[in-house]
Design a protein around this ligand. Structure first.
Ligand SMILES: Cc1cc2nc3c(=O)[nH]c(=O)nc-3n(C[C@H](O)[C@H](O)[C@H](O)COP(=O)(O)OP(=O)(O)OC[C@H]3O[C@@H](n4cnc5c(N)ncnc54)[C@H](O)[C@@H]3O)c2cc1C
Length: 454
């Protein structure tokens, strides 16, 4: 490891999305030494991912400008935090492994899309809705292609609008929630005028695109890639020819780092979120969390929670407390999402016995049934042992209720041993890192004792 990052950091923030940027800005505004780590090459997180056509989102532009006004922040982009222990974070960069030492840590690790298996979901041309949006923003050619967007939640509109702006022919948006539920969501939006304006703007950008409630994907078909999709509606089954299928069922919090540190979690639908108190403090001393990692709440929630966490992490409690009322309002919006976009049982029942659930290790649903718990299923089938490390199939199985993720479950914890991401063996060897002593309970000593070797 190098000496470059040896100084003790006052506030270390993991995640440079809206929550992490707000946390860094709040802490730096008090003169704290702040470092930001993100695995993306550019700041912005999911919602502010730079777009090759549109450039930097105005919100990101403002957030970065505000950040520049404080004490200079140490940036570590294109950097994955892959192991952690109280007071220490192990990161991997192109140049190698480094250890960062901190007084306070803010976890702003965001969320990922919930993908649910159905026959044909592994065909080329089928992807997550947010995933396709991200690809297109980064230059994936979509102009002229016929895209069906499906799944659940407001993200479908945002994804469809991006695809259309890049020239895709969006055939329809199929929302699995019933029309009454979606209407109930829409009428409650008046309490959050900014959200209402955002929804109206998206609908305008999507003028002419059918928005079909109570419709969901049953199966996708095609020889070498998706060419046709079967959807189920109140009127029965229907087939739609398309070039691309983008399906997502909302978001699930990214908990890997929090769990590795031993932070307690709380149930979040069929998934889990980091448990925080009013200070955004987790159950581990000196570790705070903010944004979607604490439960899916959208960008406003992420920014306010990030600021609260940053102020507290820097020791400026009064500045943080002044923001509490705004957080309460933002979390009110968050509560609307599960109430109106609950995944229906028919969607969960789409996967058949031979549908692959773990696409990294080619494990079909039938092989995953009948084990005592997720760990037993994993050991017997290799489900969750591929490159996604259970991020996709683990959430899918929890949603299908095959192996529920309870808060702080041993099953969940068993997936959280370092390294959290596939990491180069040569780097691990050089750093003296041994997976054998890498478990949540021993990480606190093992990382510390691995020390610097270069
Ligand atoms: C694919 C996708 C697309 C979305 N698109 C939209 C949209 O168009 N409009 C909208 O309003 N909302 C969108 N959302 C919702 C959006 O995530 C939130 O509203 C908002 O971005 C949450 O902010 P956050 O800071 O909590 O998390 P995020 O923005 O997700 O930021 C978390 C950051 O943490 C980083 N990170 C996580 N773990 C590690 C690690 N171990 N090491 C290093 N870095 C790490 C990630 O790279 C990421 O940049 C999208 C979500 C997803 C998953």
């Amino acid at each position: 490891m190098t000496d470059a990052h040896d100084a003790l950091i006052d506030v270390l923030v993991v995640g440079a999305g809206p929550a992490g940027l707000a946390a860094a800005r709040a802490a730096a505004s008090h003169g704290a030494q702040v470092a930001l780590v993100d695995l993306q090459a550019r700041a912005g997180g999911q919602v502010w991912r730079p777009d090759v056509q549109r450039g930097i989102a105005p919100g990101l532009h403002r957030a970065l400008a505000e950040l520049e006004r404080g004490v200079p922040v140490q940036w570590h982009l294109a950097t994955q935090a892959f192991a952690s222990a109280p007071g220490r974070l192990l990161i991997e960069q192109e140049q190698g492994l480094h250890e960062l030492r901190y007084r306070s840590l803010v976890l702003a690790t965001g969320a990922r899309e919930l993908l649910l298996p159905f026959p044909g979901w592994t065909l080329p041309g089928a992807s997550g809705a947010g995933a396709l949006q991200a690809l297109v923003k980064q230059g994936w050619p979509i102009a002229g292609r016929r895209v069906l967007v499906a799944g659940s939640g407001p993200l479908l509109l945002a994804a469809a609008a991006t695809l259309r702006a890049h020239g895709a022919q969006v055939l329809a948006i199929c929302e699995q929630a019933p029309a009454a539920s979606v209407r109930g969501f829409a009428v409650r939006l008046w309490r959050w005028p900014a959200k209402l304006a955002q929804a109206a703007a998206l609908r305008t950008r999507l003028a002419g695109v059918p928005y079909r409630c109570g419709a969901w994907v049953r199966a996708a078909y095609g020889e070498r890639k998706v060419s046709e999709v079967e959807i189920e509606t109140a009127r029965g089954l229907e087939r739609i020819a398309c070039d691309q299928l983008a399906v997502g069922y909302g978001l699930v919090p990214n908990l890997e780092l929090a769990r590795q540190l031993g932070c307690a979690t709380v149930p979040h639908g069929r998934h889990a979120a980091v448990r925080v108190d009013a200070r955004q403090a987790t159950s581990v001393a000196g570790v705070y969390a903010a944004g979607e990692a604490c439960g899916i709440g959208g960008i406003d929630c992420a920014r306010i929670e990030g600021a609260i966490a940053g102020h507290h992490a820097a020791g400026f409690d009064d500045a943080a407390r002044a923001l509490y009322p705004r957080r309460q309002r933002a979390r009110g919006f968050a509560a609307l999402l599960p109430a109106h976009f609950t995944v229906r049982d028919e969607v969960r029942a789409c996967a058949t016995a031979d549908t692959l659930v773990c696409r990294c290790e080619d494990v079909p649903l039938a092989r995953l049934q009948g084990w005592a718990d997720a760990r037993a299923a994993k050991l017997a089938t290799r489900c969750g042992m591929g490159s996604c490390q259970g991020r996709i199939c683990g959430a899918a199985l929890a949603e299908l209720n095959a192996y529920p993720v309870s808060s702080d479950s041993a099953a969940g914890a068993s997936l959280m041993r370092p390294p959290l991401f596939p990491t180069r063996l040569a780097e691990l060897a050089q750093a003296g890192f041994s997976p054998a002593d890498a478990s949540a309970s021993v990480a606190s000593t093992s990382i510390a004792s691995q020390g610097s070797t270069s």
